[in-house]
Design a protein around this ligand. Structure first.
Ligand code: SAH
Length: 492
């Protein structure tokens, strides 16, 4: 069978988006259908094509077997239909990920596939907690063990003696419930009861938490702390290497979960910088630009052309190319209203003129922008004077972005909302309303930061309680406010 159908069994890494491999990211971007697990960071679903079908395969306890069969069937079905299918799993697909069963089903059905490894939680979570799983002075071996079994009691069936004696560092997966049993077995079979143990919950994510102890004390420490799965239990002397807090937990914005309001398709540099500082950032809603139909207008006839967004710049040059219009025949001066549009123009070797010249009244002015701005006739005329308007594109919301938003909210991962503009208040609130959320409900758990007085006014009139208005509408001011307001400890 060769109808283009192909299945990728992909490891998504332990949580932090940046820990995906380049190959995994490419698979996600190509997918026609994506089947993902509960432990996969919902944020990476934002990398799919706008029309990609998303299928959630969260496990239903007790119905595990049936679920897995149903998943195998779906992989075969979509692969046979000629689709690019991505089966996305937390960590590495071969480590307690049942990839063998899925690969077998695909082999049987003659559907082509490949397996993309990922960083497994036992290593990723340990590293982000500041612990190397091996160390020349403390550990010469590392073992990955399940802390759970499919039997009635769920206790793992392991050669405890071999494990206790043969491995310096042990990572137990899915082991929180059986922690007491595990610690007991290891001690009974020869591990000293003083052996250090650490549990790392939600490793590599902003919600990362740890609880430390020894084989003797850990079960009690963990029950006091209410820490639950998903967590890795790391046993061995390496656990003592950890410095509290770890390099990851020391990042200035560690633990902050930010929803950054967005109004157009372009990605913001702000998000990137906040992430580097340790925050988790969800740019919402996710949008994409759909190019409008090419207009009849002859661009050679204008004196001034105003680009209202970087997308408009790109589309304008595409249209010129399509009509075989030489750029040297365009006599208009170019204007922009953002740095991003300016940079987009510079890529084509074009520079912008002073804005004041636009409104001199006697020239023919053309505005290029999205469909939304076209309706803002009053504002446009006030700012730019008499003009013609050509719609270059429509900024459309990708519907699956709401699913990502709902999952993040359920997991307590929306703690601060940042509104960079008045329009973003409108765009974000529309989505909230669509999901059936009230602003009062949002106010209970979330802090709101506005870039300036316009966004503040819009947020207040939409019903938000605004906590911070930035000193200046800049990335630097936002970072300062986030660090200062110590948002980490708030909410719930
Ligand atoms: N294939 C995955 C493991 C799946 S089994 C991998 O290679 O990582 C699910 C278990 O993995 C969870 O119960 C938990 O023990 C562990 N786990 C997954 N993600 C984790 C994370 N971010 N932090 C801590 N443990 C995690």
């Amino acid at each position: 069978m060769n109808n283009g159908g192909y299945v990728y069994l992909v490891g998504a890494g332990p949580g932090d988006l940046q820990l995906m491999t380049l190959k995994a990211r490419r698979c996600v971007e190509m997918a026609d259908v994506i089947l993902y697990d509960r432990l996969v960071n919902p944020l990476l679903l934002e990398w799919t094509k706008p029309d990609c079908e998303h299928i959630y395969c969260g496990k239903l306890p007790k119905r595990h077997l049936l679920r897995q069969e149903a998943i195998n069937e779906k992989l075969v079905q979509y692969g046979s239909e000629g689709k690019i299918v991505v089966r996305l799993k937390g960590g590495d697909p071969s480590v307690f990920g049942r990839v063998g069963e899925e690969a077998h089903a695909l082999d049987e059905a003659g559907v082509q596939y490949e397996i993309v490894p990922g960083i497994t939680a036992g290593i990723g979570a340990a590293t982000y907690a500041g612990i190397p799983v091996t160390h020349r002075d403390h550990s010469a071996s590392f073992t990955v063990v399940t802390g759970h079994d499919k039997s009635e009691k769920g206790e793992p069936l392991i050669d405890w003696q071999a494990l206790a004696r043969g491995s310096d560092t042990i990572a137990f997966y899915m082991g929180v419930k059986n922690l007491g049993y595990i610690a007991n077995q290891l001690t009974l079979h020869g591990k000293p009861k003083e052996t250090p143990v650490i549990l790392i919950q939600w490793g590599t994510l902003g919600s990362q938490k740890t609880v430390s102890g020894t084989l003797e004390t850990i079960a009690e420490e963990v029950s006091k702390s209410n820490l639950t799965n998903p967590a890795i239990t790391l046993v061995g002397d390496v656990a003592n290497i950890r410095k509290e807090p770890s390099w990851f937990e020391r990042k200035p914005l560690f633990g902050q979960h930010i929803l950054l309001g967005r109004t157009s398709g372009s990605q913001g540099a702000v998000a990137h910088e906040l992430e580097e500082l340790g925050a988790e950032v969800f740019e919402f809603p996710r949008m994409y630009s759909k190019t409008a139909e090419k207009p009849q207008a002859d661009f050679r006839n204008f004196d001034q052309i105003v680009f209202l967004s970087p997308e408009s710049v790109e589309i304008f040059f595409n249209w010129l190319r399509a009509d075989k219009v030489d750029l040297r025949d365009i006599r208009a001066a170019f204007h922009v209203r953002s740095k991003k549009s300016e940079r987009a123009l510079e890529k084509y070797g074009c520079f912008t003129s002073e804005l004041s010249k636009v409104k001199d009244g006697c020239s023919k002015v053309l505005l290029l922008g999205n469909a939304h701005s076209a309706n803002d006739k009053v504002l446009l005329t006030d700012t730019w004077g008499p003009h013609e308007y050509v719609i270059t594109h429509h900024d459309l919301v990708v519907s699956s972005t709401d699913v990502t938003c709902e999952r993040l909210k359920d997991e307590g991962r929306i703690q601060t909302i940042v509104f960079p503009s008045a329009q973003s208040v409108q765009t974000v609130s529309d989505r909230f309303m669509k999901m059936g959320w009230s602003i009062e409900e949002i106010n209970e758990t979330v802090k709101v930061i506005c870039f300036g007085s316009m966004s503040e006014k819009a947020a207040l009139s939409a019903g938000y309680k605004v906590d911070v208005v930035l000193e200046s509408p800049t990335k630097e001011a936002l970072i300062k406010a986030l660090i200062q307001s110590n948002i980490t400890e708030v909410v719930k």
